[in-house]
Design a protein around this ligand. Structure first.
Ligand code: TXA
Ligand code: MG
Length: 328
């Protein structure tokens, strides 16, 4: 396919990015819509393609730990421990930006979100480009992130070039941690790296808190996000599932967790009871459900322990709008 690059074509992709093109790239979490951060027009094109408000800051990706000091300043000493434990990997730091990061990348904010992805192809690409790559998730603003190159093609009707790096292994977006303070840090977005994992590394001296604040600047914290086009319901009780089944005249797509439902009653995707496998499959399952003939999507609520919180966050946001309509 003309708009799909294979990993053998990495040098060509790197060159295109250096020349100011926007290309979707794989990471271990989700595919990102990438541009060289030193190219204002390329960065602007990301906003246009995503229909993203220009004051929403972009996350940037680096390939070496040493590059962090190039793009961020006043880095608290405890960050090094987190880097040793979690990089490369699905943990993003929000830090004060250096002058090497322009305002058009951060939406005018004085901070920048940075991570080093755990994906060999992405890392080699960033090294070949030579500068950090801005890369928000490669989906239309507010929609489900892509975890396969075909999702990117669907999302932009084949109009965006994409580097095929296989299926994303983590499956939901990185955990975002604000580390702008010297003696405490704040989780801005939940992900597969959990609060307890971070606390274990930091020990009792550094307080780790979470924010429930809905910020306009962090699109992942908006209430409606990661949403399929079809009405989507997150359902904990059998009775509500039955009510929906009746309302949608048996035409539902069910992401089943308990495994107790029958294929006669629903279009069904059986989800794993393991949180890592569940996250890996979540977005592609929601996309399949969205493209099915069903009128609505029902997600049977998974377990609610700590390691499922990142998944719960995405499910709650994907279903927030429909639930409100349902309750009215
Ligand atoms: O796993 C990920 O983080 C993926 C892959 C491609 O790396 N990227 C991703 O990008 O999810 P995006 O733009 O969809 O989500 C990044 C989030 C956005 O909600 C953005 O608002 C927030 O990070 N963000 C970026 N810069 C920020 C900053 N300076 N302060 C606070 N939040 C920031
Ligand atoms: Mg996103």
């Amino acid at each position: 396919m003309i708009n799909v690059f294979s990993i053998n074509e990495l040098a060509a992709v790197a060159q295109a990015l250096r020349q100011g093109e926007v290309i979707a790239i794989p990471t271990e979490t989700v595919y990102g819509l990438a541009a060289d951060i030193s190219q204002p027009q390329a960065v602007q094109k990301i906003f246009e393609l995503k229909n993203r408000p220009v004051n929403h800051p972009l996350i940037i990706h680096i390939a070496d730990k040493a590059q962090l000091a190039q793009y961020a300043i006043n880095i608290p000493s405890y960050v090094e421990r987190l880097i040793d434990a979690f990089w490369p990997g699905p943990l993003t730091f929000v830090l004060e930006k250096s002058n090497a990061v322009s305002d058009y990348v951060t939406g005018g904010q004085t901070t920048v979100a940075i991570r080093m992805p755990q994906h060999t192809t992405a890392l080699s690409l960033i090294r070949q480009v030579g500068t950090a790559l801005a890369a928000p998730s490669a989906n239309q603003f507010g929609r489900i992130s892509p975890t396969h190159y075909t999702h990117v093609l669907d999302e932009f009707n084949g109009q965006v070039k994409v580097l095929n790096g296989g299926a994303c292994q983590v499956g939901i977006e990185s955990t975002i941690l604000d580390v702008t303070q010297q003696n405490k840090c704040t989780l801005l977005r939940l992900g597969m790296i959990e609060q307890v994992d971070i606390e274990k590394v930091l020990g009792p001296d550094i307080c780790v808190s979470t924010t429930q604040k809905v910020s306009k600047q962090v699109s992942g914290t908006l209430k409606y996000h990661y949403a399929p086009k079809k009405p989507t319901f997150l359902v904990s009780h059998k009775s509500l599932l039955m009510q929906l089944k009746e309302q949608y005249r048996n035409n539902l797509y069910l992401l089943s967790f308990s495994g107790q439902w029958d294929e006669q009653d629903f279009l069904i995707k059986k989800m794993s009871q393991n949180h890592i496998e569940y996250a890996q499959a979540l977005y592609s399952s929601l996309r399949d459900a969205d493209q099915s003939t069903a009128c609505a999507i029902v997600v049977e609520a998974p377990e609610r322990s700590e390691k499922w919180l990142g998944i719960w966050d995405r499910l709650s946001k994907a279903s927030a709008e429909s639930l409100e309509q349902f309750c009215i």
